[in-house]
Design a protein around this ligand. Sequence first.
Ligand SMILES: Nc1ncnc2c1ncn2[C@@H]1O[C@H](COP(=O)(O)OP(=O)(O)OP(=O)(O)O)[C@@H](O)[C@H]1O
Ligand SMILES: [Mg+2]
Length: 344
Amino acid sequence: MTSADAALEVRNLVKHYRVGGGIAGKGSLVHAVDDVSFELGSGELLGLVGESGSGKSTVANCVMRLAEPTTGEILLRGVDITHLSRREMRPLRRELHMVFQDPYSSLNPRMSCGAIVGEPLRLHGIAKGRDLRARVEEIFDLVGLRSELRYRYPHELSGGQRQRVGLARALILKPSVLIADEPVSALDVSVQASILNLLRDLQREMGFSCLFITHDLATVEFLCDRVAVMYLGKLVELAPRDELFRNPQHPYTQALLSAAVVPDPDEQRARRRVVLEGDVPSPLAPPSGCRFHTRCPLEPRSAPASTDEEPPLAEFAPGHLVACHLVAPGRPAPRIVEETAKIA
Ligand SMILES: Nc1ncnc2c1ncn2[C@@H]1O[C@H](COP(=O)(O)OP(=O)(O)OP(=O)(O)O)[C@@H](O)[C@H]1O
Ligand SMILES: [Mg+2]
């Protein structure tokens, strides 16, 4: 993909939060996101996965300008939006919308669902009166909400219905980019599937690009075209979905995939789960060199490069990027399940 096709481009994004230290003290820095770069293609669904605290939401919040990046650039359809003021962002806000994890806290409890969904049209001065009502009705229909629910308040809806309202509000301006941060994880499993199906159908129909953040690899496999894997503020692997699931390279990705539940019970029984030893290191003092080295079940000493250096995210195969000292074009990583004894 070239930058010209990118709906969204994140370049060398760094976000450090200063915490603690009181008024006089300097406190310490949380390395939430450290030098993350990726592109989201037009009409592409890109999954962003990684365990809790790896920095996924921080990436989303920086893209949405809900958090100020420490350094780096964010480009929306080629326009650098990193340092735009609120006013300068306003026309671009139509292009970029977000669906949050908790539909309840992200919807204004004092507004009816119809008013919530129609609000972006009103704020941007795009429609009012009968026209606005017609467009709200249209999008309610599109997301599978009965028309009379427009007069209800968020607390009078089920969790699934509320997330449909969140989706309707995010999509009413027909944005070119949708950021979805764990949009179904607060919902019942049975409801999750219907919302994911809806999201996939809407994406096909409307053609928006979507950065989809989740812990759940089955969701990524169902929904996404490409997958980016984060570990402790860094992207460690980025590949087309089928390539990633068939041929994961980074030992962290291998471990993640080994822990995923698969629908086929025979395959599930045959699987061996890789349990990573140790805890996720603190983002206040990430390990030097490769951030994964404290938990890596492979033998880093077999790495040809110096392990004191951070491995760059480099092309292993066309479109398949990996940040691991053990991986190079034509030299795949050893399979963890075959090579190590640290298996449950
Ligand atoms: N406002 C903040 N101030 C200080 N530290 C923060 C802030 N927001 C996030 N962090 C820290 O940044 C790191 C990344 O957090 P983030 O919320 O991006 O992770 P995540 O991958 O979205 O996790 P989860 O899967 O649990 O949602 C964490 O260590 C978190 O504690
Ligand atoms: Mg998060």
